[in-house]
Design a protein around this ligand. Structure first.
Ligand SMILES: NC(=O)c1ccc[n+]([C@@H]2O[C@H](COP(=O)([O-])OP(=O)(O)OC[C@H]3O[C@@H](n4cnc5c(N)ncnc54)[C@H](OP(=O)(O)O)[C@@H]3O)[C@@H](O)[C@H]2O)c1
Length: 264
């Protein structure tokens, strides 16, 4: 019987107040890992931690804006202080700013860069000493399909998505000798609060109803349903576990077949 056992392992999950990040925290916890959940929304984080711990997990909340100076240091230090080290870093935090490429503002680019690139890279740098001490680890970044094909309203999102995908390759090579693996997940249309917000924005922009926008999205997913946070979390669990022990520097698309149809 194969069993993913992460008992004794410790994880940081960013963007864990809702959506994909919350799913990752729940699944890592179900496999036995101690999990630090971080995001800005304190109430959501506390509720998530209460729920996880009620189900036998061990988790803590660190409410913080990751773009603030020293925020990443605070998160990493807290994880080491509470759990004794870090084995997994799951970078999920991101912002939803669907913008026309011609309307993308400097402010939108700054926000996207600060969170998805700068803070994720800073966290990755900071967890390495602890992972080395523990004999290895797994770092996971989250990108988006806008780095692979032209999603027409992803003006500010596509740039950090492409940047983090490129950085992941370099970091994977650099850390492979230390048994630290670095991979990236590429979710397709995933049913989270962010997607609902995006549908509303697209509806405002195009004049189509929200229902129309949603059903057009759905029609582009061959598997016939939206991706769920659980779908993404299960891939993250695989990437944290020994089942993926020789996989590093990879991007895994989780989109129900939509994008893979156009790749070779
Ligand atoms: N859903 C999709 O269809 C989809 C598709 C492709 C890629 N993705 C990527 O997957 C990731 C998660 O997406 P999601 O759909 O789960 O999004 P979501 O529901 O909007 O969640 C985003 C998370 O990021 C956190 N966050 C935002 N700004 C932050 C900040 N300044 N500091 C700390 N945390 C911050 C949010 O928490 P607070 O607001 O509490 O801070 C929230 O927990 C994102 O990186 C997104 O680009 C999603």
């Amino acid at each position: 019987m194969i069993n993913i056992d992460l008992n004794g392992k410790c994880a940081i999950v960013t963007g864990a107040s809702q959506g994909i990040g919350l799913g990752c925290a729940q699944w890592l916890s179900r496999a036995g890992a101690s999990v630090l959940l971080t995001a800005r929304n304190e109430e959501n984080l506390r509720n998530n931690v209460t729920e996880i711990n009620k189900n036998g997990g061990k988790s803590i909340a660190v409410p913080i804006d990751l773009t603030e100076s020293n925020a990443c240091e605070i998160v990493v230090n807290k994880c080491i202080e509470e759990f004794g080290g870090i084995d997994f870093l799951v970078n999920v935090a991101g912002v939803s700013r669907r913008t026309d490429p011609l309307d993308t503002t400097d402010e939108e680019i700054d926000i996207a860069f600060d969170l998805k690139l700068r803070s994720a890279i800073r966290l990755a740098r900071l967890v390495v000493p602890s992972m080395k001490q523990r004999g290895g680890g797994s770092i996971i970044f989250t990108s988006g399909l806008s780095q692979l094909h032209s999603a027409s309203l992803q003006g500010s999102g596509c740039i950090p998505n492409a940047g983090i995908a490129a950085y992941k390759h370099l970091l994977a090579k650099r850390l492979a000798p230390d048994n630290i693996r670095v991979n990236l997940i590429n979710p397709g249309s995933t049913k989270t609060p962010r997607m609902d917000m995006q549908n509303k924005r697209i509806s405002d922009y195009t004049g189509k109803s929200v229902e129309e926008v949603e059903s057009e999205r759905l029609s582009r997913i061959p598997i016939g349903r939206f991706i769920t946070p659980d779908d993404c979390a299960k891939t993250v669990l695989f990437l944290c576990s020994d089942l993926s022990s020789c996989i590093t520097g990879e991007s895994i698309i989780i989109d129900g077949g939509g994008c893979s149809a156009t790749r070779y």
